[in-house]
Design a protein around this ligand. Sequence first.
Ligand SMILES: C[S@@+](CC[C@H](N)C(=O)[O-])C[C@H]1O[C@@H](n2cnc3c(N)ncnc32)[C@H](O)[C@@H]1O
Length: 320
Amino acid sequence: MAKNFKHIPVLAKEVPDILVRDPSGIYVDGTFGRGGHSRLILEKLSPKGKLYAFDRDEAAVKAAEEISDPRFRIIYAPFAEMKEKLIELGITSVNGILLDIGVSSPQIDDAERGFSFRFDGPLDMRMDTSTGMTAAEWINRAAAEEITSVLKLYGEEKFSSRIAAAICERRTKEPFTTTKALADLIASVVPRNKKDRDQHPATRSFQGIRIFINDELGQLRQALNAAGSLLQPEGILEVISFHSLEDRIVKHFFDMCANPDKGIDPRLPLRAEQLPQPLFSKGKKVVPTKEELEINPRARSSILRFASRTGTPWKGLELT
Ligand SMILES: C[S@@+](CC[C@H](N)C(=O)[O-])C[C@H]1O[C@@H](n2cnc3c(N)ncnc32)[C@H](O)[C@@H]1O
């Protein structure tokens, strides 16, 4: 039976207003979730418009079956593959793309998915449970150095090596199978955050493991490039991110695309047409209003960045 979890879309007014410039155009929602944004986008489209939505989570894809609208189609695939999947359907260019990245409330709130240290469940953390390694499989096998670097890089956890050492010691006695066992172990070796005493000591580690298990940053980098090559001139790319690691990649991407001549010595004898031309023109970042945060406190750290594609032919960008 489908579990009924609530998900309120963030920036519900701003996202469709910015995205849909041509109501008869073709749009992509790379992160269907429970379809909060997809439904709002569909409301803006004319009968000729189309919306292709993606999700790598089977439960999200199942939830999408509730939308019976000839203008809508759900695709069960990671958004990094959006270009190939759309080409298979004969779509080579689109008018707008939305990525509302990260995990959804239904994923976090379902203990069985193993994303949360607040509820006990199997230590899984995969968005797509049909493929890849679970968090338990990884944590029971990875070398201490690898665990340290995942917690440090993706969780920005300053006690990463202490936690990794404790994990390696404990798993020799009993392998990890549950979220609670891991959360309790981390809480036993990490002091509480002095600035935010309500934050669970495992918050950062769980974030780091989840990002690693789902290759979230790699997916984002690939999707940004795919979006650049799919969008037609004046097409909009919107990305909503929830933490600084993702936002840094998005900001850097849009900066590189908007100012590709940055770093070129202005004294060089180059004509204007010899300089690299902008690939996107940036819009101003958008954050939730106070009123939105009162209704939906989970929107707290979300940032929407968007930009409009220029007519310059797309060249793949190397993103770090
Ligand atoms: C924050 S939620 C999106 C919520 C959605 N905008 C709504 O209003 O219901 C993120 C969703 O994106 C999906 N997701 C995250 N990374 C993905 C990826 N690389 N490819 C496809 N789906 C992804 C997750 O499974 C989750 O369902």
